[in-house]
Write a protein that binds this ligand. Structure first.
Ligand code: RRO
Length: 304
């Protein structure tokens, strides 16, 4: 009932692990797979090892979390080894792997794609981190010209689906969606975290995050994510994966009604535990059974 075909890949269900949460090691990915995710996405990986920002890298706020992890990762070559170790078991469980990659220019994205692309089912381009600095992240995702160049550079060296993860911190999300799709993106993931924002400790007067500012995730960003997905789906004709504050089956259904073909869960893992994937799948199934509907009946109905 929950089987979802995107491109020529069949996913056992449409509830995936989002980039950045529980994705720093192969064993963490495997754990999410065992808890019912239809696919798991790696932490964003670049061509070189990066230590990330100083602690604290995450702080809870009303309605969500603010994070500035700072792209910590062991580099593409070493991360490829992490995936290699879990590959067979993921196949046995029928859970697909999405490799999230980042870079500061076309050639860095291309190199990361050439390495990670050999180990995963789908490549997700992170052009949207709101606090990455150094030419990474949303400085690419806010500029349609840079978006187009990164996507076409990666498409030139890839024979698996390439999807772009977009930032909500733009004036015209449809313009960005059109730019990545015209450059050959096979799908879109929306949204990355909102902001950046800041939380200040009023005893010391010092911003709490080590990086001072960070991206907002969790329940409070959900309406913004739903609207972005809705707008993107009205502008382009590729599969869209919705992400941003999804905690329940009802949340996932809302994204599907906006037009998403699948969803990703990140911060929700902190609210409902590792088995959130199984829980959301059960809740979607209960809804569909109760209403006597199929998933294809609800995808995009809010567009009508
Ligand atoms: O590592 C991070 O700080 C981070 C990344 Br790469 C991202 O894309 N989004 C986010 O909120 N944090």
């Amino acid at each position: 009932m929950l089987k979802t075909k995107l491109w020529d890949i069949e996913f056992k269900n449409p509830v995936f692990l989002a980039a950045g949460v529980m994705g720093e090691t192969g064993s963490a990915l495997k754990r999410m797979a065992k808890n019912g995710a239809g696919a798991v996405c790696t932490k964003s990986v670049g061509i070189e090892k990066k230590p990330g920002h100083n602690n604290p890298t995450m702080v809870e706020v009303e309605g969500g979390f603010l994070n500035a992890m700072g792209l910590p990762n062991p580099g593409a070559d070493e991360y490829a080894g992490e995936i290699e170790r879990i590959k067979d078991e993921m196949k046995r469980m029928n859970v697909k792997i999405i490799g999230s990659i980042y870079g500061k220019n076309d050639s860095e994205f291309q190199k990361a794609a050439e390495i990670i692309g050999n180990y995963v089912d789908v490549l997700e381009l992170n052009i949207s981190c709101p606090h990455a600095g150094g030419g990474y992240g949303s400085s690419i995702g806010q500029d349609p010209y840079l978006c187009k160049n990164v996507v076409s550079a990666v498409k030139d060296v890839s024979d698996i689906p390439v999807i772009a993860k977009l930032t909500p911190n733009v004036t015209d999300i449809k313009e960005i969606a059109n730019a990545v799709v015209n450059a050959g993106a096979d799908g879109i993931v929306a949204i990355n975290t909102l902001g950046p924002g800041m939380v200040i400790d009023i005893e010391s007067g010092v911003p709490i995050l080590g990086n001072r500012v960070g991206g907002m995730s969790g329940k409070a960003v959900k309406p913004i994510a739903v609207k972005n997905v809705y707008d993107i789906c009205s502008a382009v004709d590729v599969p869209v994966i919705g992400v941003g504050g999804i905690t329940t089956g009802a949340d996932a259904i809302e994204f599907m009604m906006a037009g998403a073909s699948a969803v990703q869960v990140g911060t929700g893992v902190y609210y409902r535990g590792y088995d959130i994937f199984q829980k959301i799948n059960n809740e979607i199934e209960e809804y569909l059974l109760k209403k006597d509907l199929k998933m294809s009946d609800i995808i995009g109905i809010a567009q009508k």
